[in-house]
Design a protein. Sequence first.
Length: 430
Amino acid sequence: MTLLRSYATIAELLNGIFGTHLAFPVFSFGFFVGLAFIAAGWILYIELRRKEKAGLFTATKETVIVGKPASTPELIWNAIVGYIIGFKIGGVALNWTLFNENPQSYVFSTQGNIVIGLIGALIFGYWKYRDSRKQALPEPQEKTILVYPSNRLGDFVMLAAVFGILGAKMFSNFEEEDGWKTFLQDPLGNFFNGLSIYGGLILGATAIIWFAIKKKINVRHLGDAVAPALILAYGIGRIGCQVSGDGDWGILNTAYISEANGNLREAQPEEYKVVIQQQSPYYIHEFDSIPAVKSAYLKAPGFIPRSWVAQNYAHNVNGEGMYIQGCQGNWCGQLPIAVFPTPIYETLMALLIFGVLWWLRRKITTPGVILAIYVILAGIERFFIEKIRVNNVLEFMGIHATQATFISIVFVIFGLGMIFVFKRMNTNSQ
């Protein structure tokens, strides 16, 4: 088994590690994104609870009605949810082969099983009805409860997931030429094809700030609690990019080229130029022209593994590059020339930033400053990784750079401004 190749699905990864023959359609990138949300939620909960015990968060009072039977709209909504779940699960069970070929496409299609969907609707509707009957009182009563920010963890995670993905997709379309046109032609088919971390961060943060203000939660203290969780999630997400080979890699490392069987070998001087010409359709498609192909030459020093400076992402999930000789299946592409594995670098830097924020969180008492430091360090990290990362170049005020480069500069400036403002606010309040 080798971890130098890509694994589109978790089943393939497990098979490669343990020599098994599993087959279930859980894509590697989605799996690690799920892990990222779980890890972020756990870290956020720890910080929220710590701040609550320190008296930095106060509970808000909310009035709820107990003992009220389920309303007709609630029963209908539960039935609808049950129908969708049953419709899809039934379709998967009766047509596993089709689902296994492309789970994402199947989930967002109109395919399913109507009979099992109706059964699901009856089960979910009846479950809601029976549950509300058990809790019903002869006379519904109003009850006042105390709600802490940690009690709203599910709301925070849901908002981050929904608006984060929407923002990531929106900004991704801005990065691509004719991105919006392509997206509008097939919204479901193109929804997860390309995501921008900054877009997800900006829109997700906006949604959470709005929710916090609405629920009278201190936004600055909340931001400090969220910051370590965000950068940890980013690092775990980049593991998914590395494992799946989703295209978030760096520029060419011309010290190594691919062999027909998927392995890498050291290149002869100037040999990469021959390979680029041989694979010119691929490189023109990716970079618009051969002169636009960016590269650097770096042989791995003896003290670090070659895989840390050069990978060809054989069997990548996008099927990019040239065909791997003898390969059978859905993912038989490999990059003709090695690239720098930037997801590895970003994972390491994200973990380092997480460690710094986790160490500082008890030492810095000015609310909002931990969040500001995160914004600065995240901007610096992305600014430098963009120097060796493949991305579309945009023009703004005569400056040519990637979208992420422009936003990273704004992040650093904005983060410094946040520290200045928050320090002033803290001084004035004393």
